[in-house]
Ligand binder design. Structure first.
Ligand code: NAD
Length: 333
């Protein structure tokens, strides 16, 4: 990543940017991929940021550039355990949760806890401080969607006892918690349903990691590119600067109170086409190898983003080819 990208996000925020300045904002999961980008944009906009993280999948190096800023504080804490803050908090952004498919198998209980006990603690903080609350939910709550492109009205097709259920059912429960706090305590809430996002700071995590960093790492080292299934499954990939702009617009737009919004790209690509693109852009001699498709892997994923366009005046701007080039450059460094 580079400074220009932070400035790109801030300039795209437009008017919303004004409501960030001077606010006290708690970001849970703030040392992770998306959380650290959010912290960086908020710190640049002169918000006072508390970054809370237990570092299970985040990295201190992601926040090292902010550690000496007066308006940034890091608190190492597991959000599933109670915590109290003396200072006022105006906005809680709850991102804390492992999010990678390989972690669904290895750490299912941690993932369930972060999106049930963890969100309960985070919502309690918002209630006490009368703060606004943003939850980062996921496209996974739609499961194997039968409505493509998928709108926010679609109710999902999820296997409650499948290998992904620790994540998708936990996120569904998290959404339910958020709606309960709105109903019972009148909390100002917003739910982002994030579709596949990629960019600098995303970890490669080996063969079972998230697809774009995995392909880039494999291609740059001329190792085989591993595809699960025949590669005909599709995904729609959103570059991180677009995603962060969407999340911040949802969190800070006055008219987004109580809303649930898909944030992601609606440009679909097959996983095989993606592998070929990464191979081309890295000038790699990697071969493509095919492995059995994991159980419950959805064959298509593509959001309907008309609500985000209408409500937030947001749509993705960075084309996949451009985003891949930026990410490959970052990986090389
Ligand atoms: N990146 C995507 O494409 C994507 C897609 C859909 C949803 N999301 C959601 O966005 C959020 C951030 O995802 P990410 O891609 O940045 O993942 P990430 O793994 O990079 O970041 C998650 C952060 O949460 C922290 N964390 C986990 N459990 C915690 C706990 N109990 N207490 C405190 N901190 C804890 C981790 O240490 C890490 O820093 C997650 O909630 C994820 O479900 C991401």
């Amino acid at each position: 990543m580079n400074r220009n990208e932070i400035e790109e996000i801030i300039s795209n925020l437009g008017e919303v940017s004004k409501s960030v300045k001077g606010k006290n904002i708690l970001v849970t999961g703030g040392t992770g991929f998306l959380g650290s980008w959010i912290c960086e944009v908020l710190v640049e906009q002169e918000a006072k940021v508390i970054c809370l993280d237990n570092l299970v999948s985040g990295l201190k190096s992601n926040i090292s550039s902010m550690m000496d800023r007066d308006n940034f504080k890091f608190v190492q804490h597991d959000i599933t355990k109670p915590i109290f803050f003396d200072e006022q908090i105006d906005v809680v952004m709850h991102l804390a949760s492992r999010a990678s498919p390989f972690e669904f198998e290895k750490y299912p209980i941690q993932i369930l806890k972060a999106n049930t006990l963890g969100i309960w603690v985070a919502l309690g903080i918002a209630k006490k401080h009368e703060a606004r609350f943003l939850y980062t939910s996921t496209s996974e709550i739609y499961g194997d969607a039968k409505e493509i492109p998928t709108t926010e009205e679609y109710r999902g097709n999820v296997n409650p006892i499948g290998p992904r259920s620790c994540y998708d059912e936990a996120k569904r429960c998290g959404e339910s918690y958020v709606m309960a706090y709105k109903l019972q305590h009148g909390l100002d809430i917003r739910i982002a349903r994030i579709f596949n996002t990629y960019g600098p700071r995303m970890r490669a995590e080996g063969v079972y990691g998230r697809v774009i960093p995995r392909f880039i790492e494999q291609a740059l080292s001329n190792n085989p590119i591993t595809i699960f299934g025949d590669g005909s499954q599709t995904r729609s990939f959103c570059y991180v600067t677009d995603q962060i702009e969407g999340l911040l617009k949802l969190a800070f737009s006055e008219r987004a109170e109580g809303e649930v919004v898909n944030i992601g790209s609606d440009k679909e690509i097959t996983v095989l086409e993606l592998a070929k693109l990464v191979n081309d852009f890295t000038n790699s001699s990697s071969k493509i190898e095919f492995y059995p498709l994991p159980k419950d892997d959805p064959p298509r994923r593509k959001p309907d983003i008309s609500k985000a366009k209408r409500l937030l005046d947001w749509e993705p701007k960075v084309e996949l080819k451009e985003g891949l080039k930026r990410m490959i450059e970052w990986f090389k460094k």
